[in-house]
Design a binder for this molecule. Structure first.
Ligand code: NAP
Length: 541
């Protein structure tokens, strides 16, 4: 059995950053990755039209000024292939590949209480012993798909957006179905519409979307960003979402209607997600949100030529951004094409698959390809797939049976030296995850170094602190409109999943300050113990 200081699980953006950082502080590190390639979600989500909803210059690593200067993004919102090229470049540039084992899926991680180490076993039986277990498993990496009666009898091809095949899928002359209208479905719709003979989009819930305003990055823009990159990063880290947008301090309800219209117009034309910060109370007050939702509905409606489709495609049943909105490039316009059809699942649900396609309560559709853009078991799906066994044989599944609990979103009582990156209880999917990933990993690495320097063996969340943090996460969520809609933020995306609000909605700046304070005060709410097992609170770092 190989002995390591740090075992990292997952070779996506988080895992690669963790490898570089822990290696940098002199730890013996290994990354294990289930897939046959690096890149995590950006390796798997190769569907047509896949691109990032966050601007390229912000959705990238900030740890190396040289990397920042040498990488040249070609578009404001990078496509999946370009992001993957960036990830590959980073892996080569920092010589990361030699410490990554591909095709290695973690089956279990068991905390050995006597040795105070994790024993990790892969599905094919290899084992490692590690002092620290760093989980970089992603928040949207366990796909979820409905199972319809007759699905196995379908003669065509079924593909999930989140595990897109590596061979080229040819739509020419084909009849294609997309089930799901979240970001994935919305991004692929206009691209597939241009290639397929016929496309049917099955919609259950109409979704808000802001136009991406994508454009090639000019040399002048590239130069301007690179001349002030540090400042841009600082602004991102100090903004609520990590995207760099400062919330307008004015209430949407106090702005005169003509002025508000102009503000929304500017946000619509350029800001993407930043639209939600056009006024500070859009996500806090329903009347304020109504003004934004009304603007967006009007703009969406104006794009759709057919009145009956307009009625169906304009979102109505939830507040703007209470569920994750999309940033699209021609989604609504695609429905103006003759070869694109909308199947409203609220009107006529899917009854079954047939050999030739899909039967709804209204009619039989025939298809060659059916795409499930039905999303993921978010936040906890990938953390609960392997058997993670803590003190006393308690599994993480048991510990989180009623929903995830943690201290500050980073540590779990009963699971010493287990570090969760971008997990529940942290800003995670409510933020530019690149900012959240880097800040948490830097915090973890300083903690691990402190432990080493002080001769401490374990770091473990205290139960009381966990309860307080979960209560705080819920208090912050109650200040917002996030609880007014069913979404993957609150476990509604999977039947039977505990209905608890998972991400921390207090913003990345607020969250960073909490982490920094914790570090400065000697990690209250965590027990740091020397090897003997006699627990003592570590002195302030
Ligand atoms: P999603 O947002 O969870 O959307 C899933 C869609 O499938 C929803 O429209 C949902 O309808 C529908 N659906 C689920 N189960 C269904 C069923 N049984 N029958 C019919 N419809 C069903 O998933 P996603 O679009 O893959 O996006 C997930 C997240 O990934 C995004 O929110 C985003 O965070 C991330 N993402 C990011 C980017 C990017 O930055 N570029 C791109 C894609 C995805 P309901 O709404 O009615 O549940």
């Amino acid at each position: 059995m190989d002995t390591l200081d740090v075992l990292i699980v997952g070779a996506g953006f988080a895992g690669l950053r963790a490898l570089h950082t822990f290696r940098g502080i002199g730890e013996k590190v290994l990354v294990i990755e289930a897939s046959d390639g690096i890149g995590g979600v950006w390796y798997h989500n190769g569907y047509p039209g896949a691109r990032c909803d966050v601007e390229s210059y912000d959705y990238s690593y900030s740890f190396s000024p040289e990397l920042e200067q040498e990488w040249r993004w070609s578009e404001r919102y990078a496509t999946q292939p370009e992001i993957l090229r960036y990830i590959e470049h980073v892996a080569d540039r920092f010589d990361l590949r030699k410490d990554i084992l591909l095709n290695t899926r973690m089956a279990s991680a068991v905390f050995d209480e006597a040795a105070e180490r994790w024993t990790v076993t892969s599905q094919d039986g290899r084992q490692w012993s590690a002092k620290h277990l760093v989980l970089c498993l992603g928040q949207l990496s366990t796909t979820k798909a409905p199972a319809y009666p007759g699905q196995e009898s379908f003669k065509g091809r079924i593909i999930h957006s989140g595990v897109w095949p590596k061979d080229k899928v040819d739509y020419t002359g084909k009849r294609v179905a997309i089930i799901g209208t979240g970001s994935s479905g919305m991004q692929m719709t206009p691209v597939i519409a241009r290639e397929a003979a016929h496309l049917t989009v099955f919609q259950r819930t109409a979704n808000y979307s802001i136009p991406a305003a994508n454009a090639p990055v000019t040399d002048e823009e590239d130069k301007a960003v690179k001349a002030n990159y540090a400042e841009r990063r600082l602004q991102a880290r100090n903004s609520p979402t990590g995207l760099g947008f400062k919330p307008n301090r004015v209430s949407a309800l106090d702005a005169p209607p003509e002025e508000r219209e102009k503000v929304y117009e500017a946000a619509w034309n350029r800001w993407g997600f930043g639209f939600a910060l056009a006024y500070f109370d859009i996500l806090l007050s329903k009347p304020a949100n109504d003004t934004a939702a009304d603007f967006i509905r009007r703009r969406i409606a104006a794009k759709i030529e057919k009145p009956d489709l307009r009625e169906k495609l304009v979102p109505k049943d939830h507040a703007f951004a209470a569920r994750r909105p999309s940033v699209d490039s021609g989604y609504f316009e695609a429905f103006n094409r003759d070869n694109v059809e909308l199947a409203d699942l609220r009107e006529a649900p899917i009854v079954a698959f047939t050999a030739n396609g899909i039967r709804t309560a209204a009619k039989d559709h025939s298809f060659d390809i059916v795409i499930f853009a039905t999303g993921f078991d978010a936040f906890t799906g990938s953390l609960l797939k392997p058997d993670i066994v803590g003190r006393g044989g308690v599994t993480l599944k048991e510990k989180w049976a009623a929903g995830p609990v943690s201290q500050l979103g980073v540590g779990v009582h009963g699971f010493p030296n287990m570090h969760i990156v971008c997990g529940p209880g942290s800003p995670s999917l409510l933020s530019n995850v690149m900012v959240s990933i880097e800040e948490q990993i830097d915090w973890f690495s300083r903690l691990v170094r402190t432990m080493r320097e002080k001769g401490l063996s374990t770091f473990e969340a205290e139960e009381e602190a966990e309860r307080a943090w979960v209560a705080h996460v819920n208090e912050r969520a109650k200040e917002t409109l996030y609880l007014t809609a069913d979404s993957y933020y609150n476990g509604a995306e999977v039947a039977g999943k505990p209905r608890v609000f998972m991400p921390y909605s207090g913003g990345v700046r607020g969250y960073r300050r909490i982490l920094e304070r914790s570090e400065a005060e000697g990690y209250p709410g965590f027990k740091l113990s020397p090897k003997t097992g006699s627990a003592t609170r570590a002195p302030a770092a």
